[in-house]
Ligand binder design. Structure first.
Ligand code: SF4
Ligand code: SF4
Length: 439
């Protein structure tokens, strides 16, 4: 799909306040020495082989915009949209250039100058309104058969006819008939003296992959923990961040901070790598930088935020004690927002010790699946081109199932495997670990 533009103020230099987002990252932009080491690690550059696709090119564009060296036009806009915010370049950069944060700043500046795209306006409207989201999900679950036909192999869906922003090839997961959060009370008491865990659920788990939420509950209850599911938690805001809609991200961050601070938590647990990335990294690094009055609160929440697999290991989950398991060959895909937080070993160790699991490593397990939030909407073919290598690696591993720690990755992996006609199951790590627990 062509990157939609607002049609406003094209080809103009950024001025005044519209430059502020880039000024906030000016120090970071200057750190780039243009060595080009990032070229070997950028999935988008690998697919497109164009300099503006890679970190060095994007940082150079941001620098040129700041110095009024270039004007903003549709091309600049399209170049900045070609980033998965996967952080691979950041991990490998010897000069610690945070290209993901620079791209977010550039997108914010572009959005300020040109206005949000129609798509991102719609995204912002939906993610700011939990009720609207719930109603939309219920409507989608009920009306789905009108628009989609079932794909029997995985009980997923495919469009009967093209819709805006949804390609007809795309495999779409089922929407849950009842959201996860509506199935459970706010507080599920555990054993005295055991940790109190506040669960930040995330939209994909709440509305689509509810089985991930059930698996998380089963595991933490198995450990005797009290699990609190704050009723007033919202979308983490990352879909807005990827479109430069920082006003929506701030609004959601403030609501989430308040919702999470209200409960006395030993830990804030996420089973979605993207939500974890938001709470752990992007709230302090992006929201806190833009709104210093929120920085300390963002940092306090980030300190308590921990991924489910990491927390299970920390709390001493012994998968052997969860019961005898059916034999299953499992491989693992590293979600970018876990890999960049160094959470790679723990999910593998847990999977390997789960009874009945034969763990097999796949080639390039640490490579991005190509989703990248709205990147997958605007650049679907490139996104699926990046995903093709991942599907091949999964199939070559001979695994019955691919496990991962991010519902977004689950959707992308399912799409790729479905289009190959593969029968490989896509599961969350917690689903594999909890499959033998009696509920
Ligand atoms: S972003 Fe880092 S790795 Fe890439 S060119 Fe700049 S300094 Fe080199
Ligand atoms: S964040 Fe990922 S997609 Fe974006 S420039 Fe860096 S490596 Fe490429």
């Amino acid at each position: 799909m062509r990157v939609p533009t607002s049609g406003q103020a094209q080809g103009l230099p950024l001025q005044g306040k519209t430059l502020d987002p880039l000024k906030r990252v000016e120090k970071e932009i200057k750190k780039c020495v243009k060595c080009g080491a990032c070229r070997a690690h950028c999935p988008v550059f690998g697919a497109l082989q164009r300099e503006p696709a890679v970190a060095r090119g994007k940082v150079a564009i941001a620098q040129a915009v700041l110095s009024h060296g270039i004007e903003l036009d549709d091309r600049t806009y399209a170049d900045m949209s070609k980033c998965l915010l996967c952080g691979s370049c950041v991990e490998k950069c010897a000069n610690d250039v945070p290209t993901d944060e620079i791209v977010i700043a550039a997108r914010e500046a572009l959005a300020q100058q040109r206005g949000l795209t129609t798509f991102h306006k719609a995204v912002g409207r939906v993610i700011r309104n939990r009720k609207l989201m719930s109603m939309g999900a219920v409507a989608a679950a009920v009306m789905g058969p009108l628009f989609f036909r079932k794909v029997p192999a995985t009980s997923g869906l495919r469009l009967r006819f093209p819709l805006p922003f949804v390609g007809s090839k795309r495999h779409i997961p089922n929407i849950a008939k009842k959201p996860f959060m509506e199935r459970h009370p706010e507080v599920i008491p555990g054993e005295p003296g055991k940790p109190r865990i506040v669960y930040f659920v995330g939209c994909m788990t709440n509305f689509v992959y509810t089985e991930v939420g059930e698996a998380a509950l089963a595991l933490f209850r198995h450990l005797g923990c009290t699990v609190i599911i704050p009723r007033d938690q919202q979308c983490c805001g990352l879909p807005g961040m990827s479109g430069g809609d920082l006003a929506t991200v701030r609004e959601l961050a403030e609501k989430n901070l308040a919702a999470l601070e209200k409960h006395q938590a030993d830990y804030i647990m996420t089973a979605c790598a993207t939500c974890g990335g938001a709470l752990h990294k992007f709230y302090p690094a992006v929201v806190g930088k833009k709104h210093p009055e929120l920085l300390e609160r963002c940092k306090a929440i980030a300190e308590k935020t921990v991924d489910a697999a990491l927390l299970l290991q920390k709390l001493g989950l012994n998968p052997v004690e969860t019961g005898e398991g059916e034999g299953i060959r499992v491989t693992y895909h590293d979600p970018c927002h876990l890999r960049t937080r160094n959470i790679t070993r723990q999910p593998r160790e847990l999977l390997k010790s789960s009874p009945g699991v034969e763990f097999v490593e796949m080639e390039g397990a640490d490579k991005c699946c190509g989703l990248g939030g709205t990147f997958n909407v605007y650049h679907y073919d490139t996104s699926m081109g990046i995903n093709a290598g991942k599907s091949t690696a999964i199939l070559n591993s001979g695994a019955d199932a691919v496990a991962t720690g991010c519902p977004g990755c689950m959707m992308q992996l399912s799409d790729g495997l479905q289009q190959r006609g593969a029968k490989t199951r896509v599961m969350h790590t917690l689903e594999v670990l909890s499959r033998n627990i009696r509920r």
